[in-house]
Design a binder for this molecule. Structure first.
Ligand code: GLU
Length: 299
């Protein structure tokens, strides 16, 4: 029987989807250039989406700076820019569908509750602890504002016989070797992602839901992202299957690190494209810094 992979025949639709919570750095440039170059080489489209769901951290000035940095790099996107802040209805529809499947539950936990309940300190400062399931079996709804979480075990159960056929096509090397089909590993997913938040207390949706809904709405066939999101991709495959959405191919790329081996973050202003440009770097210098050929010779 057919699995969930998308048809390779059509011209690809690639995208870059930054959050406007800081200046773009070398890691963003690498992601954007890989997606852009792949789209152009195959006669496909390259889309820009601004992931401004988090009103507290998003700034208009950063959204404008993203466009400016991309233009400076020589990247042009096709069609209008999609803003997640205008997509509340689409996210509400997706949440209603998941609710009807019985795979959501309200969660009133704070970050501090979750950290305190986590069995052991988690590896890596950036990785939030996997949710220990505190609110999953509550009989009464929690007090105060709630988030909506995916009951992952139930979701996997709801997928029933289609589960063994789920997976995605990896077109970058990714953390697990060669290009090829990556079957879903439900146990690894339960261990690494657990019951993810799909609607935040303070926003119409959370990243995992919005990214899946929007990639489908924009007809994205190829997603380029850092290999730190490899486990998240498996969760996205589950959400796509629950919502009846196609699964794109995924290109997980190596992370760009600073001289001490740390992955770059928005706070690393020294590696922002703006500071590199101010220091006299050219777009081809930026390409060389992340190991890409100059623009005119790129595929
Ligand atoms: N807004 C996300 C980021 O900047 C997008 C990642 C993705 O889904 O590819 O990390």
């Amino acid at each position: 029987m057919a699995d969930n992979r998308s048809s390779p025949a059509d011209p690809p639709v690639e995208r870059f989807a930054p959050s406007p919570s800081g200046r773009l750095h070398l890691g963003h440039a690498f992601s954007a250039m890989l997606a852009h170059d792949a789209a152009r080489a195959a006669g496909g489209r390259f889309l820009l989406r601004i992931e401004d769901l988090d009103a507290g951290r998003s700034r208009e000035g950063f959204a404008a700076a993203i466009a400016e940095d991309l233009r400076w790099l020589g990247l042009r996107w096709d069609g209008p820019v999609l803003r997640q802040s205008g997509r509340a209805d689409a996210y509400a529809q997706a949440l209603a569908r998941l609710e009807a499947l019985g795979v959501l539950y309200p969660c009133g936990c704070t970050r501090a509750d979750i950290a305190a309940a986590a069995a052991a300190p988690q590896e890596g400062a950036d990785a939030p602890p996997v949710y220990p399931g505190t609110c999953r079996n509550r009989t009464a709804p929690p007090d105060g504002p709630v988030a909506q979480r995916l009951d992952l075990a139930r979701a996997l159960e709801a997928l029933g016989p289609s589960l063994p056929r789920l997976g995605f096509t990896e077109i970058g090397a990714g953390p697990q070797g060669e290009t090829g089909w990556r079957p879903l590993d439900p146990d690894a997913l339960l261990r690494r992602e657990g019951d993810a938040v799909l609607a935040r207390k303070d926003a119409a949706a959370a990243y995992h839901l919005a990214v899946v809904v929007d990639d489908a709405a924009q007809g994205v066939t190829h997603v380029t992202r850092g290999e730190d999101l490899f486990a998240a991709t498996a969760l996205h495959v589950v959400l796509q299957a629950l919502l009846g959405l196609p699964t794109p191919a995924y290109r997980h790329h190596r992370l760009i690190r600073d001289a001490s081996g740390q992955r770059l973050a928005k706070r690393d202003d020294a590696r922002s494209l703006a500071s590199l440009r101010d220091a006299g770097a050219s777009p081809d210098d930026v390409r060389a810094m992340v190991g890409l050929a100059p623009a005119e010779t790129a595929p």
